[in-house]
Design a binder for this molecule. Structure first.
Ligand code: FES
Ligand code: FE2
Length: 434
């Protein structure tokens, strides 16, 4: 589906406007003649100018997932979020809101905060000690002999911040896309019962994948490769993404078990008033989303070898562990699994055209006690293994895209969500360049 959605017509980026006409024409043609139903041409994964366009048209325009509430519960808590050329400070303010500030000193541009996370009062640049309030106002700059220096003109640049159901989003565009409100209305009721405001970080993992950010997102949109995930396949039915008629013989028994488990789960959801229906709007809106609640194998509770819970404490007001996984994919840079006993968030932060940081965070109830209610090793095992396997798959594709022998190959039926993600990406960039 390639329905078009509206963005302001004046959104053409600075970069596109400054590219030599010939180069812009070449890049525009790559988008225009993209072969639908096929993977992208190699430059989309390897070209540094297209990466810059991605940073401007996608990461510079859209709401990106930055962190969860558990990462900054108290006033003064912050995380720094880096992607492409950007570094943002995501800071919990005294009013309980979130300030998003560009982490670029207004004196000579030094990074103001250099740690990945921490707690701060005022923000002091380490170079010449210019000092900013948590709102980004410049409140102190020793400027001997300066008479015409107006501190009011040199606050840290601010960006937009939103918190929905305990997930924090940032948008650095002057005017963020308005349809995020509608997307938020879709996912908020699914996530709210898990109450992220009462969770804490059990573990956070940062891995750098030697692959373009789009390959990371593409890989997440299909389970065609799930034979490569033996640990995950214990709990997540490896028939994900398939429909009746597409089931290979070796998965028929799993498919039947999955159908039965899904029907039991849906009964349970109706009893508890939990939404479970699939909402799939990956290429029909600006803030592309897929969300659903789906069954897990075995006990149906968590990502463990037998599907049994990995934390003894239920999240939020949930009354049952057997809630499968509420899974959300949110474009451009995140996916999530909300379970009865824990939550896993995944943030994708591009570094350059061939490297991407993937940040995985495991959250448990804030009163769960490590070693008693959960074992971090067991809690994280399945997704740590899965992440390593996915990293390897992404890197194989990146290597292939760098070969002169590479040409786009066809997406299979079970990869329709990959195609939808790519449709979304192509539309977004084309509208930006128009
Ligand atoms: S660069 Fe920050 S105070 Fe000089
Ligand atoms: Fe995978």
């Amino acid at each position: 589906m390639t329905a078009s959605v509206n963005v302001p017509l004046n959104s053409r980026g600075k970069l596109a406007a400054t590219l030599p006409a010939e180069q812009l024409a070449e890049i525009t043609a790559l988008f225009e003649f993209r072969r639908t139903g096929h993977s992208l041409d190699a430059p989309f994964y390897t070209d540094s100018t297209i990466f810059k366009i991605d940073m401007e048209a996608i990461f510079g325009q859209h709401w990106i997932f930055a962190a969860s509430t558990a990462e900054l519960p108290e006033p003064g808590d912050y995380v720094t979020v880096d992607y492409g050329p950007y570094s943002l400070i995501v800071l919990r303010n005294d009013d309980g809101g979130v300030n998003i500030l560009h982490n670029v000193c207004r004196h000579r541009g030094a990074r103001v905060l250099t740690d990945a996370a921490g707690t701060t009062g005022n923000l002091v640049c380490g170079y010449h000690s210019w000092t900013y309030s948590p709102e980004g106002n410049l409140i102190h700059a020793s400027a001997p002999g300066e008479t015409k220096f107006d501190k009011g003109c040199f606050g840290l640049k601010r960006a937009h911040g939103r918190e929905v159901a305990g997930l924090i989003f940032a948008c650095i565009a002057d005017e963020p896309p308005a349809d995020f409100d509608e997307t938020a209305k879709i996912f908020e009721p699914y996530l709210a019962p898990h109450d992220l405001s009462k969770t804490k970080i059990a573990y956070q993992q940062n891995i750098i994948e030697e692959g373009n950010w789009k390959l990371v997102m593409e890989n997440n949109r299909e389970c065609y490769h799930c034979d490569g995930h033996p640990e995950l396949a214990c709990s997540l039915f490896p028939t994900w993404g398939l429909t009746e008629g597409l089931i290979p013989a070796h998965l028929q028994e799993v498919w039947d078990r999955n159908k039965e488990a899904q029907s039991t789960l849906e009964d349970r959801c109706r009893r508890y008033g939990l939404p479970y229906e699939v909402v799939e709007q990956l290429d029909t809106r600006i803030a592309g989303i897929r969300i659903s609640r789906e069954s897990l194998d075995g006990d149906g509770e968590s990502f463990s070898p037998d599907g049994h819970r990995l934390s003894k404490k239920l999240l939020g007001d949930l009354r049952d562990f057997r809630l499968g996984r509420c899974s959300m994919h949110l474009q451009p840079n995140s996916w999530f699994h909300f379970l009865g006993d824990h939550v896993v968030t995944f943030g994708v932060f591009p570094i350059n055209e061939h490297q991407t940081l993937v940040r995985t965070t495991w959250l448990v109830a804030d009163d769960a006690v490590e070693g008693i209610d959960y074992d971090p090793e067991k809690l994280t095992y399945t997704w740590k293994q899965t992440n390593l396997q996915d990293k390897a798959f992404v890197e194989l594709c990146q290597q292939g895209a760098g070969s002169p022998a590479y040409e786009p190959g066809p997406y299979m039926k079970s990869e329709y969500q990959v195609e939808a993600f790519i449709n979304w990406y192509v539309q977004r960039v084309q509208e930006h360049l128009a």
